[in-house]
Write a protein that binds this ligand. Structure first.
Ligand code: FAD
Length: 278
C-alpha cells in the first residue's frame, strides 16, 4: 500500500477565465486523491480576497484545503479576522508564512517572522488548525548562516507547527541533509518536499533566482541547450523530476507537495510515472 501523501498548490487566479481553468485543473488532479489543495496568499490588497474566494470554492467542492497565510505587513486584528472566517467555513489547515513585502509597499506590520504568526495562531485558535510552515533545504536567501536558518526553522516548529513543506530543490542531498539536521535538533514533524515540475525554462530560472533554489549546472546547461524547444524541456523535466521524487520516496519522504502553477499536466505526468495510484 502506497503511503505517499500528495498535495497540490495553486495561486489565486486573477480573472474569471483563470478561475474556470483552475476548476478544470482541480478536476484533473482529483484522480491523485490529494490530501489537500493549498492556495497561496500575497502580501496586501486584492490578491488576499482572491485567496479567500478560491479557498471558499475548493471547500464547497468538498476537498480539504489549506490557505497560505503570510503575516508580513499585517496586523493581529487582520490575521485574526481571516482565521475566524476560515474557521467558520470549516477550514482546518493553514500554511503559515512570513511572506515578502512587495518593494515599496508599506511597513512590516505587527509580525516580523513566521514563528510569531504560528505562536499567534496557536494562542488564538488552540488546536483547531493543522499548521504547516516553510522549510529551505538550500537555505532561505536572507539567512545569516545555514545554522541560523536551521535554528529559525526550529523556532517555528517549537511555536506549534505540525509539519513543514520545503522550497523546491533539485539537489536531493540537500533535502536529506536538512531532515537529518532537523532530527538532530529534536524536530520530529513531517518535512514534505516541495516539487517544482519543469514546464518552461525561462520561468524556472526566474523563480530560482528569486527564491534561492539552485538549478544544478548539468540541468541548467541541458535546459539552456533546448532553447525554445519546450517539448524537449518538458520531456527532460519529467525524467529528472520523476527520478528526484523516486529518490525522495525511497529515502522516506512522507509526501510530495506539487507547485502546480495552476496546471495539471506536468504534476500528473510525474504522479503517473511514479505509479502512486491508490
Ligand atoms: P521565516 O520563517 O520568518 O524566515 C524568514 C527569514 O528570517 C529567514 O532567513 C530566517 O532564517 C529568518 N528568521 C526567521 N525567524 C527569525 C527570528 N525569529 N529571528 C531572526 N531571524 C529569523 N510567499 C508568499 O508571499 N505567499 C505564499 O503563499 C507563499 N507560500 C509559500 C509556501 C512554501 C511551501 C514556501 C517554501 C514558501 C512560500 N512563500 C510564500 C515564500 C515565503 O513567504 C518567503 O520565502 C519568505 O521570504 C519567508 O517566509 P517564511 O515563512 O519562511 O519566513
Amino acid at each position: 500500500m502506497n503511503k505517499t501523501k500528495i498535495s497540490f498548490e495553486f495561486f489565486p487566479p486573477q480573472t474569471a477565465e483563470g478561475a474556470e481553468k483552475l476548476v478544470a485543473t482541480r478536476k484533473q488532479l482529483a484522480i491523485a486523491s490529494p490530501e489537500y489543495f493549498s492556495v497561496t496568499f500575497g502580501a496586501g490588497g486584492s490578491t488576499q480576497e482572491r485567496t479567500l474566494q478560491t479557498v471558499t470554492q475548493i471547500k464547497a467542492e468538498g476537498t480539504s484545503v489549506a490557505p497560505h497565510l503570510s503575516c508580513v505587513g499585517s496586523t493581529r486584528e487582520n490575521v485574526l479576522s481571516l482565521l475566524n472566517t476560515y474557521r467558520a467555513q470549516g477550514v482546518n489547515r493553514i500554511v503559515a508564512l512570513r511572506g515578502d513585502l512587495p518593494s515599496g509597499m508599506g511597513s512590516i506590520g505587527e509580525f516580523q517572522y513566521a514563528n510569531e504568526l504560528v505562536a499567534f495562531i496557536r494562542a488564538e485558535t488552540g488546536d483547531h488548525f493543522h499548521i504547516e510552515v516553510a522549510a529551505y533545504p538550500e537555505f532561505h536567501p536572507q539567512a545569516k548562516s545555514a545554522r541560523d536558518d536551521m535554528l529559525n526553522f526550529k523556532r517555528k516548529m517549537d511555536a506549534g507547527a505540525d509539519a513543514a513543506i520545503t522550497q523546491y530543490f533539485y539537489n536531493v542531498d540537500s533535502y536529506f541533509y536538512f531532515v537529518e539536521q532537523a532530527r538532530k535538533l529534536g524536530i520530529s514533524a513531517p518535512i514534505v518536499p516541495g516539487i517544482m515540475p519543469i514546464v518552461r525554462y525561462s520561468q524556472l530560472a526566474r523563480f530560482s533566482e528569486m527564491c534561492g533554489a539552485e538549478i544544478p549546472r548539468w540541468m541548467r546547461k541541458t535546459l539552456e541547450g533546448y532553447g525554445d524547444d519546450n517539448e524537449s524541456v518538458q520531456a527532460f523535466g519529467l525524467d529528472v523530476v520523476t527520478a528526484l521524487c523516486e529518490k525522495l520516496i525511497a529515502g522516506g519522504a512522507p509526501g510530495l507537495h506539487f507547485y502546480t502553477l495552476n496546471q495539471a499536466a506536468a504534476s500528473l505526468a510525474i504522479w503517473n510515472r511514479l505509479g502512486l495510484k491508490k
